[in-house]
Design a protein around this ligand. Structure first.
Ligand code: HEC
Length: 161
């Protein structure tokens, strides 16, 4: 019995890695919501008008670089029409689909909530790989963006890289 418990504990630790059950539940809710919103009908992010080679250097365990489709919801679109902003508004939702040879391998989401950015990532089978507010692996790369966004800049910097 004790051995079984230990095996179960070790297994659940590795399968959830550093996600709490709450993060996992949030990830499931978010996955259902982005699909209910039909995110592939959202506007494409500036600079990503069509499927584009990703510039993310470490492709989370993928050997080759992925090609990506990046979508933004209306709140981000609206923010981009402003002259100048200091942060992306609460409700901003960005979805990046990553493909290897046209097969969907990775779905990554950034959602600006009252409590800050929520990060989540699923594999092509809709299994959450990462989710939460303080996901260091995401923040490590995204911190260099304008309020965490890497694909494009605040409207006032639209013409600079
Ligand atoms: C190795 C660096 C790196 C890591 C780690 C990383 N990203 Fe990104 N991400 C990028 C870059 C660069 C872009 C710009 C688009 C591109 O070239 O793929 C991007 C774009 C995105 C976008 C589109 C919106 C935006 O910010 O441009 C989402 C959504 C996203 N990443 C989610 C995540 C999540 C969730 C994680 C953690 C699980 C993560 N990323 C980890 C580098 C990274």
């Amino acid at each position: 019995m004790r051995v079984l418990l230990i095996v179960l504990l070790v297994f659940s630790f590795f399968s959830l890695s550093f996600m709490t059950l709450k993060d996992l539940k949030d990830a499931d809710e978010l996955y259902e919501r982005i699909n209910a919103l039909n995110y592939k009908k959202f506007a494409r992010a500036p600079g990503f008008e069509k499927r584009t080679q990703s510039e993310a250097e470490i492709q989370h365990f993928f050997k080759e670089p992925l090609t990506v489709d990046i979508y933004m919801n209306e709140i981000v679109e609206e923010a981009l029409t402003k002259d100048s902003i200091e942060e992306w508004p609460v409700g901003s939702l960005l979805v990046k689909d990553g493909f290897l040879d046209d097969k969907l391998e990775l779905i990554s989401v950034l959602e600006k909530r009252e409590d800050g950015w929520f990060y989540a990532e699923w594999n092509g089978e809709a299994t959450a790989k990462t989710a939460g507010y303080a996901v260091q692996v995401c923040i490590g790369c995204h911190a260099s963006g304008d309020d965490m966004v890497r694909a494009f800049r605040f409207p006032q910097y639209r013409d600079s890289k």
